[in-house]
Ligand binder design. Structure first.
Ligand SMILES: C[S@@+](CC[C@H](N)C(=O)[O-])C[C@H]1O[C@@H](n2cnc3c(N)ncnc32)[C@H](O)[C@@H]1O
Length: 265
């Protein structure tokens, strides 16, 4: 499970901090190529719909899971103003890193799945992540793809000094975000504490904390394999990009998994 809930301050400022749908442009273009021919996609950690909404406008049906009601509230407000996207986006408040009744997941079955901007990095426990990857595998047919954008350990270990890295970002309408990033858990995770000040919109001010677990491509590959995925390719980490992509496809359900139980897919 995810230990930190993304609060109302996070949800209100999320699009301004990430560049919103405009910032998601390259990701959306890339996902359109990866999922060419697919109709239904599953997004784990859909957030405010930064990626799901443009994909819906490009013709995909998107089911998005979330655990933060604040983020889903923002997404639903956008859907109310966009009937075209609303007919193609469906959200569920559910945590797939916890074991769910398979029959309750029927509406999440998709041709492929993706995770953008490190939503899976919110899960610190490898067994929980394995549970999520296994459950997502049951929702995608053999050969269906899974694209994961994850935080790069090399980037954080290269750029975060012992006394923490402070970054400032101007926000629209006179606001400012000050983020202090520290490596925690012996360098296995990064904690990002952001303080928002807002000149014009005081209701958006406040603090928020994110903790992201830093797993490299080899670590993801090992977990993906155990969960019934074939790893196809990943971006080489160059230490200069905070995030990288890893792409897998669903392996055949060929026999007992390493726990000795048969997987029913
Ligand atoms: C950095 S945001 C990314 C949102 C969106 N994918 C994007 O690209 O803008 C991470 C999101 O993952 C959600 N999240 C964290 N753990 C989750 C889980 N176990 N299941 C579903 N969503 C989760 C958080 O609530 C948060 O909205």
């Amino acid at each position: 499970m995810t230990a930190i809930e993304y609060n109302g301050v996070y949800a209100k400022n999320y699009d301004a901090l990430t560049g919103g749908e405009t910032g998601a442009g390259p990701t959306v273009d890339m996902l359109c190529q990866v999922f060419e021919g697919a109709q239904n996609l599953l997004e784990i950690g859909v957030g405010t719909g930064r990626v799901a909404l443009p994909l819906a406008r490009r013709g995909f049906q998107v089911s998005g899971t979330e655990i933060s009601p604040h983020m889903v509230e923002r997404l639903n407000a956008k859907l109310q103003a966009d009937s075209e996207a609303a007919s193609r986006v469906h959200t569920r408040l559910i945590d797939l890193s916890e074991e769910q009744n398979a029959a309750d997941l029927y509406d999440l079955r998709s041709d492929g799945a993706y995770v953008s901007l490190g939503s899976m990095c919110c899960i610190s426990d490898d067994d929980d992540l394995l549970m999520m990857l296994r459950q997502v595998r049951t929702l995608v047919p053999e050969g269906g793809r899974l694209a994961i954008e994850a935080y790069s350990p090399l980037y954080f270990r290269t750029h975060v000094p012992d006394n923490g890295l402070t970054t400032m970002l101007p926000l629209d309408q006179g606001g400012q975000a000050r983020t202090v990033t520290n490596l925690v858990d012996g360098g296995r995770a990064a904690e990002l504490r952001t303080t928002i000040t807002h000149g014009a919109e005081a209701s958006k001010a406040g603090t928020m904390t994110e903790k992201v677990t830093l797993r490299g491509p080899q670590e993801y590959s090992a977990l993906l394999k155990r969960a019934g995925w074939n790893v196809l390719v990943w971006d080489e980490e160059d230490g200069e990009r905070g995030l990288y992509w890893i792409l897998a496809d669903a392996a055949a359900a060929s026999g007992p998994d390493e726990r000795g139980t048969w997987t029913s897919l």
